[in-house]
Design a protein around this ligand. Structure first.
Ligand code: 5RP
Length: 218
């Protein structure tokens, strides 16, 4: 089984969490794309979806799946999305695809967050994956200096603009031993829109695809 097949296996397992009549929150990335493709078979049984990015909204609509505005949909029963890293407490690093802000909004609006990934994403300590931080463009240098003070090495994601019109700094060299404190600290820097640490609102369930099948945490 290659990495993509493991992602697909996790997405298949997440379909079991979808119930008739639900409005489903849908994430972004290659694993979420597998989920979207599988959700197409259930499109007549769900009430619609809320997408965490323009790319996912486009893919959902391509399957004829209804995409709703979160303000209309209200509180969601379920959000399914991938991650770049998860620790054993299901604190996540997200934002490899640049959709972290909308992902955090949809996660916050959801009763249950099911995270789907291949097993390589499970780590003991977050931080080997460069931490994405969405930043208002005029604050890029200020935020970068603050991140260097924290011991990180921020790199501007070249040629990338988020769906919200902002830039991303990817921060290397952070060992995130206290994800809640680090999330709060970075979110408090003026000009930061969102940091890609999902610790205040972690995943509720983590489904990991591996060569031997899927494993579910906790
Ligand atoms: C996008 C994300 C993705 O969930 C994360 O990057 C994982 O992507 P993939 O499923 O392609 O490995 O946070 O902003």
């Amino acid at each position: 089984m290659n990495q993509d097949q493991m992602k697909k296996a996790a997405a298949e397992a997440a379909i079991a969490y979808v119930e008739p009549g639900m409005i489903v929150g849908v994430g972004t990335g290659s694993t979420a794309n597998h989920f979207i493709d599988l959700l197409a078979d259930l499109k007549d049984r769900i009430d619609g979806t809320v997408a965490s990015s323009e790319a996912s909204a486009q893919r959902l609509r391509g399957h004829g799946i209804q995409v709703m505005d979160l303000n209309t949909a209200g509180q969601l029963p379920l959000y399914v999305d991938g991650a770049d890293e998860s620790n054993h407490q299901l604190h996540l690093i997200k934002g490899g695809g640049g959709a972290l802000t909308r992902e955090k909004i949809v996660a916050a609006a959801s009763d249950r967050f099911v995270c789907i990934a291949d097993e390589s994403k499970l780590v003991d300590m977050l931080g080997a994956f460069p931490l994405p931080v969405e930043v208002i463009p005029m604050a890029r240098a200020l935020v970068a200096r603050e991140l260097i003070r924290l011991g990180g090495q921020p790199v501007l994601r070249d040629g990338f603009t988020t769906d919200n019109g902002n830039v991303i700094l990817d921060v290397d060299n952070l060992q995130i031993s206290d994800p809640v404190a680090m999330e709060d600290h970075i979110n408090g820097i003026p000009g930061v829109v969102t940091v890609g640490i999902f610790a205040r609102r972690p995943a509720d369930v983590l489904i990991l695809g591996g060569p031997g099948g899927v494993k579910t945490l906790p």
